[in-house]
Design a protein around this ligand. Sequence first.
Ligand SMILES: C[S@@+](CC[C@H](N)C(=O)[O-])C[C@H]1O[C@@H](n2cnc3c(N)ncnc32)[C@H](O)[C@@H]1O
Length: 187
Amino acid sequence: MARNRLFQTRKHQIKKEELGLNEWMTPPWLLEKIYKIFPSGFDIDVASPVGIDTAVKASHCFTHVENGLEQSWDGFPIIWCNPPYNDIESFVRKAFLEMEITTDTDKMILMLIPSFIDFNYWHDLIFPKSSIIFFRGRITFRNPDETRRHQYHANALVILDSGTDWCREKRNQLRDEFSEHSFISAG
Ligand SMILES: C[S@@+](CC[C@H](N)C(=O)[O-])C[C@H]1O[C@@H](n2cnc3c(N)ncnc32)[C@H](O)[C@@H]1O
């Protein structure tokens, strides 16, 4: 109870960042699969740690200091988002909004999020408007100190895109690359 209260305000959220409790770092094996399709990596990582090396290859990044939720994601065609676990829904809603208002022709946002499939944002946004790769088994994430970290829930890679031929091709390549996992196309 006291712990929950500690993280309720923005100030306390930053405290949480400082403590490193929000750092579920993407494992390199997963990113390597994506880099086969996007060899130069991402144009931006919109939820990036401060002062910690990650396996995410991105030309730009937003940390909690810039606050990725308050920035425009336009002009960044290929986006990576493994959101902080205390604010997943805000990042999901932001991603769908950015996809709606983007001026980028070929745009793809890849989100690695927990499969909390009973939540409204899954039913209102993710299921009807994206492609989803559900992972078989649990993903082991990394701590900043390189130790491993297990989760108690399943995860999914959610793919939002602008629907062009380029997007379709990339989406198919991702589906093939993650073929041992389960792929569900936009509804
Ligand atoms: C789950 S970690 C992902 C780290 C890295 N991007 C990766 O995929 O390995 C989420 C990161 O988002 C950062 N973060 C928290 N709030 C943020 C915000 N409002 N804007 C941008 N980054 C934020 C956290 O500090 C944390 O490093």
